[in-house]
Design a protein around this ligand. Sequence first.
Ligand SMILES: Nc1ncnc2c1ncn2[C@@H]1O[C@H](COP(=O)(O)OP(=O)(O)OP(=O)(O)O)[C@@H](O)[C@H]1O
Ligand SMILES: [Mg+2]
Length: 236
Amino acid sequence: MSAAPVVRLEEVGVTYGRGVAALRALNGITLDIDAAEVTLLLGPSGSGKTTLLQVMGCLLRPTTGRVALLGRSLADATPEALAALRLAHVGFVFQHYNLFPTLRAWENVAVALDLKGLAPASQREEALALLERLGLDDRATHFPSELSGGQKQRVAIARALAGTPGLILADEPTAALDSRTGQDVVATLRDLAHNDGCAVVIVSHDPRVERFADRVLHLEDGRVLDDRRTHPNEAS
Ligand SMILES: Nc1ncnc2c1ncn2[C@@H]1O[C@H](COP(=O)(O)OP(=O)(O)OP(=O)(O)O)[C@@H](O)[C@H]1O
Ligand SMILES: [Mg+2]
């Protein structure tokens, strides 16, 4: 594994709009996100959590500052190069799952494998293997409407894992789930970080997520107010 952090942010600022309408969403954020760790992003509504995830995931170019993904500076990456980096290295998980309702569970995963260039002949088998890892082998041919919230989120995680990205970004992945199911989903994300070595960043308002995190970052007004490790001596 490369020694570079998965993501490095230096003095990152994001301003939306301009002139009197300008809104500074991120204000000089400097931090590294390391492999094999779960980082929890906490902060009040509007503090910049989603904006920060978008910068980390190459969805949004910061107004100021520097971003590097896996040691590669994004400063002069073209939009096409950013999209290619995102596709190769980043998996996204959303609050509302964002599954295709007319595709079966395995097909939802296969779409991501297809985008990542896996040969069509291997897509079904690989999608089924990913679903099996998430404990969903018996749900592979179901449609999203036939799945529970937790099962849908697991399909979304399987899809995010397609192509084994180094970085998984999850924006409020438990918000639509009951507390038990939400904890199962976060435990799954933690296991992926600890067993597969990917960096996982989770935005959540749910304090129960905290015990699954290795590191907790508090954002307020676009700044990091607090950055602490939760289990400093835990090896895995
Ligand atoms: N596309 C946009 N255009 C203009 N302003 C935006 C845009 N996206 C976010 N903002 C503003 O930037 C600030 C940070 O927004 P962001 O979505 O990052 O916050 P958040 O911490 O994720 O909030 P929440 O917990 O409500 O999801 C907010 O004031 C928001 O209104
Ligand atoms: Mg948000």
